[in-house]
Ligand binder design. Sequence first.
Ligand SMILES: [Mg+2]
Length: 332
Amino acid sequence: MHSERQLIGQIRRLCGGGDAQVIRGIGDDCAVIRQSKGLLQLVTTDALVENIHFNLAWHPAGKLGRKAASVNISDIAAMAGTPRFAFLTLGLPTDTQSAWLDGFLQGFKEVLDEHGVLLLGGDTVKSVEALLFSVTVLGEVAEEAICFRSGARPGDLILASGTLGDAAAGLAVCKGRLADPQGRYIALVARHLDPRAKVELGRFLGGSRKVHAMLDSSDGLATDVAHLCEESGVGAEIFADRLPMSEALRELAERQGLDPFHLALSGGEDYQLLLTVAEEDAAALVEACRAQLGEELTFVGRIVGGRGVMLLQGGARRDISFQGYDHFKAQP
Ligand SMILES: [Mg+2]
């Protein structure tokens, strides 16, 4: 079996051909198509498969519907766009309960409504065993505000919104790998079951015109930053002692004897925004996000020349490029 990167590379070679309207095809959070003068259309699509991306044993229907919408809208946020329209394709085993489906659709619609997104259609098909959802979201962004993955420059600071590793820790709690008798980790579990897309923050960052590159964190910092570096033709250094981690994550890691850095670097599904900005613009941008949106951005690393993502931890330096989630690799 190919690795996910090999497969995407193979498909990427089939893509393309020149078209004046296509600003970006494969390789970023969304495809970007010129819509009219100064306005770009964003297109993103993402599929969720039962027992791969979600498990019905712990994922309530409504929360799953919300997540199916949020993870797609997050890709629009990652390019500083506004989500507008959605399409939903459902692959349903014959034993799917209508009450379950009602809950899923209600959750899905809730998130669309929260972001002012209209559902325009989709498809329903029969599936043999597993539930499958494929969601496509269209959005738009002003040409001068769009943030690609490809604009990072050596010397830029890397900033991350919110905290990292919470969703991975929440998933571990759901899987029963980590005991949670007192419900201490409900906030972590919520980050796995019902992640929020950072649309307002993305738009604010794009509007600042200070962001050089941006993406959303879906596969763990090690892999997400590696994608950004690959598209920008640069390298990065990540400072382990600067990774933003929640109190709940630290507490859980300590109690369970886990490495919180591993969760933050490799866990995935946080759906935070990762961005790079010139060092001289960073402090003002961090302050503006805090003052105007109540959003915390944390300095986690630096863009450097060369290639690869290096983790600096306690005087040691090691290559962590693409050590996050790979959909086709056996997971430990
Ligand atoms: Mg993304």
